[in-house]
Write a protein that binds this ligand. Structure first.
Ligand code: TEU
Ligand code: CA
Length: 565
């Protein structure tokens, strides 16, 4: 062990609502997670990040917290959480809890107080503004979920700010009393024995309180001026205060979620010595195939164009190279907010499903940084295409549909196609454990329909098939956890502009690895750059038959090979 536990960890992200339903009420729960810890241990997982399980009206499936100190009854009890912590520690695994600091639920007592009267002591825990003199909204900013960031409340004839759903009022981080209450909550959880925090939407804690209006794209009512409430300077003041007041007293890992953070921002959030986070989740690689100009009537994440591999390669290389020895990377394909990576950047047709999933895993998990594997990725779970809008559950989808189809700005077909390709519910279908009804997730109809392809894609089949995606993940994890070079080595990208091949090396002292993957379903010939000596190259892992390294090499569809020198 050379570094900190979180540098040599392999994290598995669990969306509790969809992971395992132990009491057959159709909703995943904490006892279900406990029941699957040995499965995760077998995969090689050393820490789990569990999405919010606190009391919540579930407008955003738990990211709208109404009580930080109690557990959502549908997920279980505080005793279950304590048991989960103990069961993890028994297995030398760790628990990273998701903590939501940008907002609360509108049912949180703080907000109930805050909205009750202008002079209420909690008024300033949230961001309230009156209409502008001309009666217009305090600003024309667009919420991440679509629509305005302002919601009128009749009780005090004012607007409160919400950059997510209107049932998730934003906390006012310029209020010191509010911050102190948050820090006390974090200490309370640390005293329960949690090992880490994933800090939700941390990029948004500071916002431009002058609330200027901005340009509105044609067809939309509000301005997607996310920069007015993302990655602004004061966020770093708050994080450093959080570290000094709370985090330094404990051996705790913190990973911030900073959507839209540039490499410069990222280094501010997590560079060594910055006294902020240990790790950061940025979104850079998630949306390289968006095309804002193709449909101005929807927010950028819902647009798409054909994947240009060089853009994806440059995105990963930017972090691998610029963070090296300055900060510690996280490496992940997707999470509960993204489409399934095999459907997004791979090929989920049965013919290529297995080798394409292995190609994507090889491409990513040989890079430097702490891996975060999203539940179901290790068996190649795919996007889902529900025929009917009513089968979807995500509040973001319903706001999108209201802001487009219901306003006559787009056809039902157009928006349903975008939902199929981009919606967050793609990642939230129940975990597919076996062939039984609902994929073994629950004996009753789950809160969201199981993907019908569970008959071909499930844990049981993976565990009995030595050529499965699961065992390939298990082998990749074992390779990287036992290699100083893969854990601590440098990263060098080759063939940066090649449209089909992802090629890089990792080097550390005398050790060197060469990773070559073909991202598409066609045979591609590759010239290995002269500076790479092809002698004595040993194949470490491949998704096809082992292939000797030669100066000119031909890769089969989605072929992935790792050589060790
Ligand atoms: O997502 C954060 C998020 O959606 C924004 O940060 C935005 O996507 C990004 O900055 C765009 O660049 C987190 C959770 O992961 C998500 O599930 C929640 O809905 C959201 O916060 C609100 O809690
Ligand atoms: Ca349940």
């Amino acid at each position: 062990m050379r570094g900190k536990w979180w540098q040599e960890a392999v994290i598995y992200q669990i969306y509790p609502r969809s992971f395992c339903d132990s009491n057959n009420d159709g909703i995943g729960d904490i006892q279900g997670i406990i029941a699957k810890l040995d499965y995760l241990k077998k995969l090689g997982i050393t820490a789990i990040w569990v999405c919010p399980f606190y009391k919540s009206p579930m407008d955003d499936n738990g990211y709208d917290v109404s009580d930080f100190f109690s557990i959502a009854p549908e997920y279980g009890t505080m005793d279950d959480v304590i048991q989960l912590i103990n069961e993890l520690h028994k297995r030398e695994m760790r628990l990273i809890v998701d903590t939501v600091l940008n907002h609360t639920s509108d049912e949180h007592p703080w907000f109930v107080e805050s909205k009750s009267a202008i002079d209420n002591p909690y008024r300033d825990y949230y961001i309230w503004k009156e209409a502008r003199p001309d009666g217009s909204l305090p600003s024309n900013w667009e919420s991440f979920f679509g629509g305005s960031v302002w919601q009128h409340d009749a009780q005090t004839n004012s607007y409160y700010m919400h950059i997510f759903s209107k049932r998730m009022p934003d906390l006012n981080w310029s209020n010191e009393l509010m911050r102190k209450d948050i820090y006390q909550m974090m200490e309370w959880w640390l005293d329960k024995g949690v090992d880490g925090f994933r800090i939700d939407a941390v990029a948004h804690l500071d916002r431009n309180m002058d609330f200027p209006n901005h340009q509105v794209p044609n067809g939309r009512d509000y301005s997607p001026c996310y920069f007015e409430y993302s990655n602004r300077p004061n966020v770093h003041e708050y994080i450093q205060e959080m570290r000094n007041v709370v985090l330094t007293q404990y051996d705790v890992m913190t990973v911030g979620e900073a959507g839209g953070a540039s490499i410069e921002d990222s280094l501010k959030y997590c560079a060594y010595g910055r006294n902020e986070f240990n790790l950061l989740i940025n979104f850079d690689h998630c949306w390289v195939d968006t095309d804002d100009h193709s449909a101005s009537y929807v927010p950028g994440k819902w647009t798409y164009k054909k994947l240009e591999l060089p853009l994806l390669k440059k995105s990963f290389a930017k972090y691998q190279v610029n963070m090296y020895q300055k900060a510690w990377n996280t490496i992940y394909w997707s999470n509960h907010d993204q489409p399934r990576v095999i459907s997004h950047y791979g090929n989920d047709h049965l013919q290529f499903h297995n080798i394409s999933a292995k190609m994507l895993a090889t491409t990513l998990y040989m890079m430097g940084g702490t891996p975060i594997i999203f539940q179901g990725e290790e068996i190649g779970m795919t996007n889902v295409a529900y025929e009917s809008l009513e089968d979807y559950r995500d509040v973001e989808i319903y706001t999108l549909y209201k802001e487009t189809v219901q306003r006559g700005l787009a056809t039902n077909e157009d928006i349903m196609d975008r939902i199929h390709k981009r919606s967050r519910d793609n990642a939230r279908t129940p975990m597919q454990w076996d062939h039984t009804v609902n994929g073994g997730f629950s004996t009753v109809e789950p809160w969201i329909k199981t993907n019908p392809n569970y008959v071909n894609i499930n844990v049981l089949d993976n565990l009995v098939n030595e050529n499965s995606i699961f065992y390939y993940y298990q082998k990749l994890i074992c390779i990287r956890q036992n290699s100083e070079c893969l854990l601590y080595g440098d990263f060098k990208l080759y063939l940066e502009d090649d449209e089909n091949i992802f090629m890089y090396t990792r080097s550390f002292k005398e050790d060197r690895y060469l990773v070559i993957t073909n991202f598409f379903d066609k045979i591609v010939d590759v010239e290995i750059p002269n500076e790479i000596n092809c002698e004595n190259a040993e194949v470490i892992i491949s998704n096809y038959q082992l292939k000797q390294l030669k100066r000119s090499i031909s890769l089969l569809p989605y072929e992935a090979i790792v050589y060790h020198f």
